[in-house]
Design a protein around this ligand. Structure first.
Ligand SMILES: *Cc1c(COP(=O)(O)O)cnc(C)c1O
Length: 394
């Protein structure tokens, strides 16, 4: 079986599992308790905070542990919205292809009277910094732009966007869930005020993540209760999960350069191979994308059927994001880059893992070619295209 859906989630690393089990066995105390078992748990927690902070060049006190990327996105956006409201600034800028954790939070704010501007990400899946700057108004309280897209993998000019936000005194949040551990992220150099991360996207456990908030910014808490996380996130800390997250992050971060180089070569070979399929197109810029991401549209087929047949061949991939698959709506990301409905339905996302081999890459290419051809052989849309009753789009 070839697991090529690492953007949906990753397998936990051995080191992360080992850390998690060891903390569960030996450091089961409540970090708020004063006796030694509790204090040992507290030490594990604070060491994890130091480790996580150092990977993104933050201070440990700027890290808030959460239940994952979605919670961190919600908390960051609601934090900026609350700060903005105090001074009558209720305009937020984002993009049309953010994760639903961002988009749905913005929808909620819109109903509460905030004004939302969603920037165009164009055909290449990239925000144009000058367009972002033009959209900033005196009442803009937040810019939230994802570091790397989870479906098409495009990596945004985050440093430049951060620079523009600093210049205009606007808070800048980035959903860096797909970036952390995979490409270099530095909150200082990148001018980031708030950042979301999730452990299960870099071989850590599910249900744990963190939010970075630059010191001096007053964080809004989503969960009321005890004084954990400096009063900003109540609830007994997920110590085993947090320790395992830190372990996974340290490990992947130490191999980042080598992983990126290896994966980029495999990615580019996949792109080259799949491009040979007639009437197909790569989604998103070919180079400004995550080393692990390949996303194609094939005209005249349904992505769902493609996935099922690939699964039969032992290849696990995705079409659209896990959150939207299961519904018949085409991916909002593909629509945002201008793919029409028919074409967006025939999409395939491969997000490859660090252990993929050359043989597996070649097997994926030949399998996709075979399955696309097979599906087209009885597709009424494909027949219409071939008979000239319909125009090719790709
Ligand atoms: C996976 C993902 C999330 C959600 O993270 P969870 O930890 O699953 O809540 C948010 N944003 C992006 C870009 C993601 O890929």
């Amino acid at each position: 079986m070839i697991y090529a859906d690492n953007a949906a989630t990753t397998k936990m690393s051995d080191a992360a599992i080992k850390t998690m089990v060891s903390v569960m066995n030996d450091t089961y105390g409540n970090p708020s308790s004063l006796y030694s078992t509790g204090q040992r748990a507290k030490e594990v927690l604070e060491q994890a905070r130091v480790d996580v902070a150092s990977v993104i060049n933050a201070q440990p006190r700027e890290i808030y542990f959460t239940s994952g990327g979605s919670e961190a996105d919600n908390q960051a956006i609601l934090t900026a919205a609350a700060i903005g409201k105090k001074s009558g600034k209720m305009h937020i800028i984002s993009t049309a292809f953010e994760h639903h954790a961002v988009l749905h939070t913005l929808n909620k704010l819109e109903k509460e009277g905030y004004e939302i501007t969603l920037l165009d990400v164009h055909e290449d899946g990239l925000v144009v910094p000058e367009e972002l700057e033009e959209a900033i108004r005196p009442d803009t309280c937040l810019v939230t732009v994802m570091y790397a897209n989870n479906e098409i993998g495009t990596v945004q000019p985050i440093r430049r966007i951060g620079e523009i936000c600093r210049k205009h005194g606007v808070l800048f949040h980035t959903d860096a869930v797909q970036a952390i551990g995979h490409i270099p992220v530095d909150v200082e150099k990148d001018n980031i005020d708030m950042l979301s991360s999730s452990a299960h996207k870099y071989h850590g456990p599910k249900g744990v993540g963190f939010l970075y908030v630059k010191k001096g910014i007053r964080v809004t808490n989503l969960i009321e209760g005890g004084a954990q996380e400096r009063g900003k996130r109540a609830g007994t800390e997920n110590v085993p999960g947090i320790a395992a997250m830190a372990e996974a992050l340290k490990e992947i971060n130490s191999k980042m350069e080598a992983n990126a180089e290896y994966l980029t070569a495999k990615r580019d070979r996949l792109i080259e191979g799949l491009k040979e399929i007639p009437h197909s197109a790569l989604n998103g810029d070919a180079k400004k994308r995550l080393p692990s991401n390949v996303n194609f549209c094939f005209e005249g087929i349904e992505g769902e059927s493609l996935l099922l047949l690939l699964d039969d061949k032992g290849i696990e991939a995705s079409s659209g994001s896990a959150c939207t698959s299961g519904s018949l709506d085409p991916s909002h990301v593909l629509l945002a880059i201008g793919r029409v409905h028919d074409v967006a339905h025939g999409s395939l996302r491969l997000s490859i893992g660090e252990n993929i081999t050359d043989d597996e890459v070649e097997y994926i290419i030949s399998s996709v070619k075979e399955v696309v051809e097979y599906l087209r052989s009885f597709s009424p849309v494909w027949r219409d295209l071939q008979e000239g009753k319909r125009e090719y789009i790709l």
